[in-house]
Write a protein that binds this ligand. Structure first.
Ligand SMILES: C[S@@+](CC[C@H](N)C(=O)[O-])C[C@H]1O[C@@H](n2cnc3c(N)ncnc32)[C@H](O)[C@@H]1O
Length: 154
């Protein structure tokens, strides 16, 4: 089985993966925007990869999916768990004001799906320092500023 290193879900453009991920597979549900340069078009809730293909999955600034409706969130996190190998990790970047990534919902749904929080960075300035020089975008391509990053063990 091919074992890749990192999978980015809802990637938008390729800038984050190019700067911060190792051998990334870059995916998004919508490949139509001019900034998008994807490896695979797919929804996070249905990942076209073999089980155990990745060491790290990152859910990057979700909108239109993510930690909102329970059925959708459970499907997403179960797919993430499936494609992660043993000792795999999930990272979630988000903004607490975004209904798809409220911090309490991210923690609650992750725990319900068996993920264990191992690291957290909180605050817009801290996120800017962790990912220097990177511009995150809304789905409408407006620059935006996530304010937390959480690392979970699967
Ligand atoms: C707020 S944008 C974030 C883009 C990029 N990660 C960033 O921070 O610059 C949310 C992205 O999620 C994608 N998306 C929406 N529904 C999705 C789904 N079900 N699975 C994967 N990606 C999805 C959208 O197409 C969009 O590119």
């Amino acid at each position: 089985m091919a074992v890749f290193s990192d999978l980015e879900i809802g990637a938008g453009n390729r800038g984050f993966a190019a700067s911060f991920l190792t051998d990334p597979v870059v995916t998004d549900a919508d490949p139509t925007k001019v900034l998008w340069d994807l490896d695979v078009k797919c929804r996070g809730e249905r990942l076209p990869f073999e089980s155990g293909s990745f060491a790290l999955v990152i859910i990057n600034n979700p909108y239109g999916y993510g930690f909102h409706a329970k059925d959708n969130t459970d499907a997403l996190l179960q797919e993430v768990r499936r494609v992660l190998g043993d000792s795999g990790r999930l990272e979630v970047l988000g903004a607490t004001a975004n209904r798809h990534s409220r911090l309490t919902d991210v923690r609650r749904y992750a725990a319900q799906n068996g993920f264990v929080e191992i690291n957290t960075v909180f605050g817009q300035d801290a996120i800017k320092q962790k990912f220097p020089g990177h511009t995150f975008y809304t789905t409408e391509l407006v620059p935006t500023s996530p304010n937390f990053w959480i690392e979970f063990r699967a």
